[in-house]
Design a binder for this molecule. Structure first.
Ligand code: FES
Length: 180
């Protein structure tokens, strides 16, 4: 009957070290390329990011008479891998309607997209391109106006004395207000 010779402790340590090296090496081999993909895939995860509200002016800058004022809208644009601050995306008319409330209208004509002007003498808006006219609250003033709908109202809040607007464009030439 033969007896096995005992394995020396140093051989056992060598074996355990080799197994550990193989396991750790395998994990690193798999994990490193996956970790490397995160910076590449991250913008794809952000693709559906929605734009929030943007500050357009202070409430104090609006005439107490309720006459609208036109302001540019600057927003942060995010595409797949770029983020650009303060990009002009449009303009709005802001009108003080109360102690802490405003009405905001997109300044683009819903007919074909010309820029609508405000006529202080006429207390309303007028589009010079095809002569659509709108009341101060944005409704169609003259039934002969070619615009298929009134001016587009936008969500807005007054917070800490600043006017914040959720800017949005809508499909032109459509009676329905369809966000684009
Ligand atoms: S674009 Fe304004 S009336 Fe045609």
């Amino acid at each position: 009957m033969s007896e096995r010779a005992p394995v020396p402790p140093s051989d056992r340590r060598t074996f355990v070290s080799k197994v550990a090296a193989v396991v750790i090496g395998g994990l690193v081999t798999v994990a490193a390329p996956i970790a490397g993909l995160f910076p590449i895939l991250d913008p794809l995860r952000r693709r559906g990011e929605t734009r929030g509200m943007v500050r357009v002016t202070s409430f104090a800058s609006l005439p107490e008479s309720g006459e609208p004022r036109k302001f540019p809208v600057l927003d942060t644009l995010v595409d797949a891998w770029n983020r650009t601050e303060n990009v002009p995306v449009g303009s709005v008319y802001v009108q003080r309607t109360g102690e802490n409330s405003v009405r905001v209208l997109n300044s683009v004509c819903p007919h074909l997209g010309c820029s609508v002007g405000y006529n202080a003498a006429g207390h309303g808006y007028f589009c010079p391109c095809h002569k659509s006219s709108f009341t101060v609250d944005g409704a169609i003033a003259d039934p002969k106006s070619p615009s298929p709908r009134g001016m587009d109202p936008l969500d807005a809040v007054v917070k800490d004395g600043e006017v914040w607007v959720k800017f949005q464009n809508f499909r032109k030439g459509s009676p329905e207000r369809i966000a684009v």
